[in-house]
Write a protein that binds this ligand. Sequence first.
Ligand code: UD1
Ligand code: PEP
Length: 418
Amino acid sequence: MAKIVIEKSPPLKGTVRVNGAKNSVLPILAAALLSQEKCVLEDIPTLKDVEVIGELLSSIGARVKSDVKLGCIEVDGSSIHHYEAPYELVRKMRASFLVMGPLLARKGKARISLPGGCAIGTRPIDLHLKGFHALGAEINVGHGYVEAKADRLIGNKIYLDFPSVGATENIMMAATMAEGLTVIQNAAEEPEIVDLANFLNGLGAKIKGAGTDTIKIEGVKELGGTRHMIIPDRIEAGTYMIAAAITGGDVLIENVLSDHLKPTIAKLRECGVEIEENSDSIRVIAKNGIISTDIKTLPYPGFPTDMQAQFMTLLSVAKGTSVVIETVFENRFMHVAELKRMGANIKIEGRSAVVQGVESLQGTQVKATDLRAGAALILAGMAAEGTTEIGDVYHIDRGYVNIENKLSALGAKIKRVE
Ligand SMILES: CC(=O)N[C@H]1[C@@H](OP(=O)(O)OP(=O)(O)OC[C@H]2O[C@@H](n3ccc(=O)[nH]c3=O)[C@H](O)[C@@H]2O)O[C@H](CO)[C@@H](O)[C@@H]1O
Ligand SMILES: C=C(OP(=O)(O)O)C(=O)O
């Protein structure tokens, strides 16, 4: 099993480029199933999750060609003949459930394995199903699978009890070819929702309001092909911003939309980190040590839950006490036990963690319990005395392209050992 081994890093220096966003490319690849023609996606990150969704689309009958050198994927959905996402693929990646909306719209039926929980929470799919039901689908759950059927989908008004990213995406995709108008209220407003809506509109869909809490979708008869560039990954960018901050470095992060990073930028500034925002890059300069601050995760434009673990690592070596409140997932503190093994002083009280900054962390053997917990441990390893060895790195490979190469190019002492 591969491990990542890290020694305490000098201040990081140089330039790093961020890849296309994992959380955009996954729903957009699922959405390509809606099209009768070819879709070409650009700035595709070479991630395990992208491979898995590619396998899923192929198993449904789409022709998927990827050009790793050019960072492109072409999906031809004209020949889809199947309507099932089996347990083996959904188990590997929850986002597989996002093919349900497109399959319902395209084939009138879908059978998808129930995703189940994961290390960060139970993650139900009730809001996705509430949306499909409101569009006229008959839903049956049994034997670990959800089956949805509809001779035709009919537009409706759907209020989401929570602005779920996945439910907003799945319902938006299903509604593109429904009869009449669908209105999603209390919709998620994440940049990845806007990217998906832009892609769908490129196929000929009629979607308005993506990026606000009310999305209106006027159904069309069919969708064609398009070429689309995936937006930069704001979580990958945020992770490199913290890498620069925790090592006291000076790093230019390229291919970034700073508008998508407002909460991370604001909180880093509160910690005393200097940040220069340019049109498509951000420079992070950390000369004066880190000051404590409080964070509370919220749906966009609030502080992203996907940055909570990495930010907590930074706060664990800050001067003073910080409080971190996780409101999006009920169990997203798995990294705390590992950080504590590295000498962090953190106490959990329900959904809050009280972080008392320590002078320094100490390297030891730890394991990645999920994707961002793994990223948090890499950051901790760069700030820790001695050697840190991270196991279960397959979690990290779900969401970061060549993280050890990108960090070592900035001067970090990090390597992967098989
Ligand atoms: C592939 C992808 O884009 N993943 C992101 C997406 O996950 P995902 O789309 O799964 O996250 P959601 O926004 O749906 O989940 C947020 C909260 O809503 C709850 N919920 C969700 C759906 C539902 O039907 N019922 C329900 O109760 C979840 O359990 C969770 O507590 O958004 C999350 C929140 O920003 C991010 O952490 C993930 O990185
Ligand atoms: C939780 C995440 O992803 P997923 O929804 O794919 O598990 C993440 O990207 O941090």
